[in-house]
Ligand binder design. Structure first.
Ligand code: IPM
Ligand code: MN
Length: 359
């Protein structure tokens, strides 16, 4: 297969982990006889500094012309504490999602046996947890009508975000959820706040209609506050969870820490145009340039990329190599066992590349 990949390394540790992701991608391509070409493009803080736009038109074109986008992370502390900054790196990510029509964000939450002790939950609660959160990504409060803080007629400062959803937006994301549920344990949980929010009542109404088309899948409904609790008390309950943009953002961060594998979780965003594959962790500016960032989530994002194109053996080989590196204790500092040798970003990536080559 011929694959054109747009490479958006972004900020912080992004470029370092991306280097390893690309190396693994190439090693797999060589092994299986695929032709992969890469085109780098600017995004995030980096792009603001260079061209004044966190998702420049050139980058958008590069993404549109590619078969897939491999994305690392964006963000820079110089923007975080400045609420009045006119442009922010995160706007680049949001613009990318919107312009590429990436309405479905697939975030697997899974455990790695050798990292279970890193979970803040008791081992026996979390062992075997394995679910997918499908987060709606181009609607809701993130994109609804906004008003930045302003003084109103009564002299009081006010601001507004609108949680707006349409039936087609809700319907298409639910259908993505059902497709995943059918390939898994056939259990779908719709997470909303229908006891309070009108937008959630739309979600529930649409879901109650659509569920009748998928009688082979067991559907249940859960309020988001309850879901947050259930994820901690009994994460194995979930198989596929579908939820709106804001709830999905919050719940997937929770999901990534309960497994103890924050640095290991990849994601895929799919929809109307080129799909994007990216780690769910952020740009970790403090780790930048130190060769200590864990490249595994980026490398597993490459596995998701291959799997998206139905290249299952390719994805599987990457997963096998990642597991082998963990078993061999070739690990970055934050997951190394006490007394074990600490490997750098580059060394972990190289070990995985060698494993693939020698397989
Ligand atoms: C994520 C991130 C983004 C989000 C930020 C960086 C805009 O937290 O992908 O979850 O909130 O969607
Ligand atoms: Mn987030």
């Amino acid at each position: 297969m011929d694959l054109k990949i747009a490479v958006l390394a972004g900020d912080g540790i992004g470029p370092e982990i991306m280097e390893q992701g690309v190396a693994v991608c190439s090693a797999v391509a060589e092994k299986f006889g695929h032709k992969v070409s890469y085109k780098e493009a600017l995004c995030g803080a980096h792009a603001i500094d260079e061209v004044g736009d966190p998702f420049p038109e050139d980058t958008f074109q590069t993404c549109m012309e590619a078969d897939a986008v491999l994305f690392a992370s964006v963000g820079d502390p110089k923007f975080d504490n400045n609420p009045s900054a006119k442009v922010r790196p995160e706007q680049g990510l949001l613009a990318m999602r919107k312009k590429l029509g990436l309405y479905a964000n697939i975030r697997p939450v899974e455990t790695f046996e050798c990292l279970i002790h890193k979970s803040p939950l008791k081992d026996e609660m979390v062992r075997g947890a394995d679910f997918i959160c499908i987060r709606e990504l181009t609607g809701g409060m993130y994109f609804g009508k906004k008003q930045e803080p302003t003084i109103n007629a009564d002299g009081v400062e006010e601001a507004l975000d609108t949680n707006y959803y349409t039936r087609p937006e809700v319907e298409r994301i639910l259908r993505v959820g059902y497709q995943y549920a059918r390939q898994r344990r056939k259990h779908l949980t719709v997470v909303d706040k229908a006891n309070v929010l009108a937008s959630s009542r739309l979600w529930r109404k649409v879901a109650q209609e659509i569920m009748t088309e998928y009688p082979d899948v067991e559907t249940d409904f859960m309020y988001v506050d309850n879901a947050a609790m259930r994820m901690i008390q009994d994460p194995r309950f979930f198989d596929v969870m579908v939820t709106e943009n804001t709830f999905g953002d919050i719940l997937t961060d929770e999901g990534s820490v309960i497994t103890g594998s924050m640095g290991l979780l990849p994601s895929a965003s799919t929809g109307e145009h080129t799909p994007v594959f990216e780690p769910i962790h952020g740009s970790w500016p403090q780790g930048k340039g130190l060769n200590i960032a864990n490249p595994l989530a980026q490398i597993l994002s490459v596995a998701m990329l291959y799997e998206y194109f139905d290249l299952k053996a390719e994805g599987q080989l990457i997963r096998e190599a990642v597991n082998a590196s963990l078993d061999a204790n070739v690990r970055t500092p934050e997951i190394q066992v006490e007394g074990g040798e600490k490997y750098g970003t580059k060394e972990v990536g190289q070990w995985i590349v060698d494993y693939i080559k020698n397989k």
